[in-house]
Design a protein around this ligand. Structure first.
Ligand SMILES: Cc1cc2nc3c(=O)[nH]c(=O)nc-3n(C[C@H](O)[C@H](O)[C@H](O)COP(=O)(O)OP(=O)(O)OC[C@H]3O[C@@H](n4cnc5c(N)ncnc54)[C@H](O)[C@@H]3O)c2cc1C
Length: 411
């Protein structure tokens, strides 16, 4: 099989790149192919909380997150296909005693406002209004972005895949044994369990597996694989409009919107997505599963992993105890809720915690998108657009290539 561009990996990044490249290529003259060793979303994307927020300190990434919020909305309204977007709002809280975090939040807020992010500083009275039942001191402050929320990752990836195929891309699942063929410093194609794919452009959107693939080709980048865990609790009843819930009992996740409002948009939640900078956790409610997910925030939460072959997909008992206790302290309503499950998955991080996106130095036609840590699912539409521009030789407007380039590690 021949293609103009071959994308390896069917997570959020791979499917978004396929969607964006395919929309710029003639499917007969310049075919676009995506290969995936499992099924779409079988990597960390399928397990992500997929919180959509703009609370970044980096101006570059905050700008991409701002655009992503709009892109998610536009994809739903222009294609009629659901991403399971739920705009619950995102509330960040910081204790006044936490001087460093408070100063950082205020600095970030100033930058975020300057680039057009719709966000505001909130005091304890407004926090209590936005998040009924929250336990905070009177001098606690926060930031609130009404446009934020989350997408349903399985649904979003399915939609990206459908849109990619609708624009002429081919997706091949269960394709194993990747071996990239390079001749005279140029990509010629890839050998796989399903035969040879001839192509001058390969994009590695292979998440945690990328460092191993690159190493085999003699490319060593400062990437580590880390484990990230989440605790799943029963969701408390919504504060308003509980009768919506019975209306949407059943197969909400399978509804195609076809230009009607996604029912997920209407389901009430007891509180917005909560990012607690002082206690170091994030929590969000998923009314379509009646569950609340809690994770540890920040890079210190990561646990290094060496063995990618035996991935334990459940959180540790220690983590579950910590999550239950810390959430219950901030939101006492959860003290009555049971822990109903857990999940863990694996993700790649770079040594400076910034994604590595762009060409692989020294191998013409080889590109990578990797190192999205534990919180960058929602950047996928911007990454997809920028990569399509880059591969096809257009000016890159979706992000600043130098910011993500691997050349920053070359001395
Ligand atoms: C528990 C958890 C919670 C998270 N929560 C959030 C959140 O709330 N918000 C957020 O923004 N981000 C979150 N993230 C991070 C987010 O999941 C990742 O940043 C993002 O999904 C990475 O997408 P990806 O497409 O690069 O990788 P992946 O989703 O891992 O996709 C890589 C794909 O490549 C395939 N592949 C690998 N090697 C090969 C090969 N040789 N041949 C063919 N296919 C191959 C894999 O099977 C996989 O499907 C979370 C992550 C975890 C683990």
């Amino acid at each position: 099989m021949k293609g103009k561009v071959l994308i390896v990996g069917g997570g959020a990044m791979g499917t978004c790149i396929a969607m964006q490249v395919a929309s710029r290529c003639d499917p007969l003259r310049d075919p676009v192919i995506l290969i995936e060793k499992g099924r779409l979303g079988s990597g960390s994307s399928g397990r992500a909380g997929a919180i959509v927020h703009q609370s970044y300190s980096d101006r570059e990434v905050a700008g991409m997150a701002r655009d992503a919020v709009r892109l998610y909305h536009d994809i739903q309204s222009t294609t009629g296909r659901s991403l399971g977007l739920r705009r619950t709002g995102v509330l960040t809280v910081v204790d006044a005693s936490d001087g460093e975090a408070l100063a950082q939040m205020d600095k970030d807020l100033e930058m975020q406002l300057s680039i057009g992010i719709k966000v505001r500083r909130v005091d304890s009275a407004e926090i209590r209004q936005l998040c009924p039942g929250i336990e905070i001191a009177d001098d606690t402050v926060g930031r609130f972005e009404a446009e934020g929320g989350y997408v349903n990752p399985a649904k979003a990836i399915k939609t990206f895949g459908v849109l990619a195929r609708g624009r002429g891309a081919t997706t091949r699942l269960g394709v194993q044994d990747l071996d990239i063929k390079v001749e005279n410093g140029k990509v010629r194609g890839v050998h796989t369990s399903e035969g040879f794919f001839e192509t001058p452009n390969v994009v590695l959107a292979t998440g945690s597996w990328t460092a191993t693939i690159l190493k085999k080709m003699g490319v060593d980048l400062p990437l580590s694989v880390v484990r990230s865990e989440e605790c799943v609790l029963d969701m408390p009843k919504g504060q308003a409009g509980d009768d919506h819930l019975s209306e949407f009992d059943g197969p909400v996740a399978d509804i195609e919107t076809r230009f009607k409002q996604d029912p997920l948009e209407l389901m009430p939640v007891p509180h917005p997505v909560l990012l607690d900078l002082s206690s170091g956790f994030h929590a969000h409610c998923e009314p379509h599963t009646n569950q609340t997910r809690v994770g540890r925030s920040g890079h210190s939460a990561f646990r290094m992993v060496n063995d990618l072959a035996n991935l334990d997909k459940q959180a540790s008992p220690e983590f579950l105890d910590w999550a239950f206790e810390i959430l219950g302290k901030r939101m006492p309503i959860y003290k009555d809720m049971g822990v109903s499950g857990s999940l863990a998955h694996y993700t790649a991080v770079s040594s400076d915690h910034r994604p590595i996106v762009g060409p692989v130095t020294g191998i013409e036609g080889l590109f990578m998108v990797v190192g999205f840590s534990g919180s960058d699912f929602h950047l996928a539409p911007s990454i997809g657009e920028g990569m399509a521009q880059m591969i096809l030789g257009e000016p890159v407007s979706a992000f600043t290539p130098e910011f993500f380039s691997a050349t920053r590690f070359e001395s």
